[in-house]
Design a protein around this ligand. Sequence first.
Ligand SMILES: Cc1cc2nc3c(=O)[nH]c(=O)nc-3n(C[C@H](O)[C@H](O)[C@H](O)COP(=O)(O)O)c2cc1C
Length: 385
Amino acid sequence: MDRRAFIRTTGGGVIFAALGGSLTGCSSRLPTEALAAWQDAEKETDPRRWILAHAVLAPHSHNLQSWLVDISRPDEITLFIDPTRLLPETDPFGRQILMSQGTFLELLDLAAKQKGLRADISLFPGGVFESKKIDARPTAHIKLVRDEAIKPDPLFAQILKRRTNREAYEMRVPPQKSIQAIVNSSYPYPLSTSYVTQDDPPFMDQHRRIAKEAWRIEITTPRTMLESMKVLRVGPKEIAQHRDGLSNNEPMLRLINALGLLDRSTAPGPQDSTTVRLIEDFNAKIDATPAFYWLLSSDNERTTQINAGRVWVRAQLAATAEGLSMQPISQAIQEYAEMQGLYKEIHRLLTGNQGLTVQMWARLGYGPAIEPSPRRGLNAHVIKV
Ligand SMILES: Cc1cc2nc3c(=O)[nH]c(=O)nc-3n(C[C@H](O)[C@H](O)[C@H](O)COP(=O)(O)O)c2cc1C
C-alpha cells in the first residue's frame, strides 16, 4: 500500500488516537528522564537552587517553560523570559507568557517561605514592557532574605502533587467548602475569582457552548493549530530530548512517526477525521465537567498578568489539597483575530460588560490520577555568565 493510501484509509482516525491524546489529554507512561525534575527538587542542597528547582515545576502555557534566571549574585535571582519560547499565534500579546512568569514566582515564593526566607520580589526592575510586546528586560528581581517572621504556607505541600488534568471528570459537584477554599486561595491582589457548578444548568450550558466553539476555532485555524503541532513531542526519544511542550507516548502515534507518516508541517483540514475526532474528544471532556472556575482583573496591566498567574497556581494548589483537578480552557480568552467574537461572548458572560478582563477560565472537578508533565530541570534555566 502506498503511503498516501495508508494515511487516507486508516491515517486520520489512527493519528487522532494519539494526537488527540496529547492535545486534549491522555498519554501513556512518559520516560523517567523527562520527569526527573519532580524528584530532583528535593535533592538540591543549596537553598536558592532548592527554591528554583521547585519553581520550575510551575504550570506554563503549552508547557514551554520560558523561564531564564541569572543567579550570578549571591542571594539574588533575576528572572527573564526566554524569547525563543513564546506563542505568537495564540498569545500574540504575551499575556499568558506573563501569567506563566507569575506561576513561577508564586512557587518560588512558597518554596522560599518553606526555607524561612522572605522573597523580596520587584516586578519589572528595568521598566514595564509595553502592553503588546514582550522584551528583553527582566520580569522580576528577587532578593532572598532570612526572616524569623516568615511562616510556611500550607499550599507548598501541594507543589509536587499538582497536575493539569485534561481527563474526563466525575459529574458530582464538589462540596461548597472545597470550592470556597479554591476561590479563597487568591493571593492578596485585586483579582476576583468565581465559579459555576452543575447546580446551575443554564449557566453551565453557556460555558460549555463557548468552550466547545472556541476549541473548534483554535484547531481549525491552521496557524494556531500548527503552533501546538510544533511543540508536539512524540515517543520516548523526543520527549526525553525536549522535556517540554505537549508530550505523547502512545504506541500508535510512535509507529506512525517512525514510519515518517506524521506530518507536523501542515494542519489537518476542518473535515479531516483527525479534526473531527479532536472536536468530539474535547466536547466530551467539556461535558464531563461539573464546574467551571474563572479569574477576573479590573485592568490588564503587565503586573496584573503576572499576579493573575500567581493567583492561578494558588487555585490549582488549593484544588489539589481538596483532591480536585483543574484544567485551563484558554481558547476563548485568547486575543487573536479569529477568536474575537467568542472573546467578547465569554467576557459578556463572566463580567457582564463591566470592562473587566478574564485572565483564566478552567474546568474543575474530580479527575483520575495522572502523571506529571515533563520538565527540563533547573540547569536548563540558569543563564551562563
Ligand atoms: C496561562 C496558562 C494557560 C494555559 N492554558 C491551557 C489550556 O488552554 N489548555 C490546557 O489543557 N492547559 C493549559 N495550561 C496548562 C499547561 O498546558 C500546563 O501547565 C503545562 O502543560 C504543564 O503541565 P502541568 O501543569 O501538569 O505541570 C495553561 C497554563 C497556563 C499557565
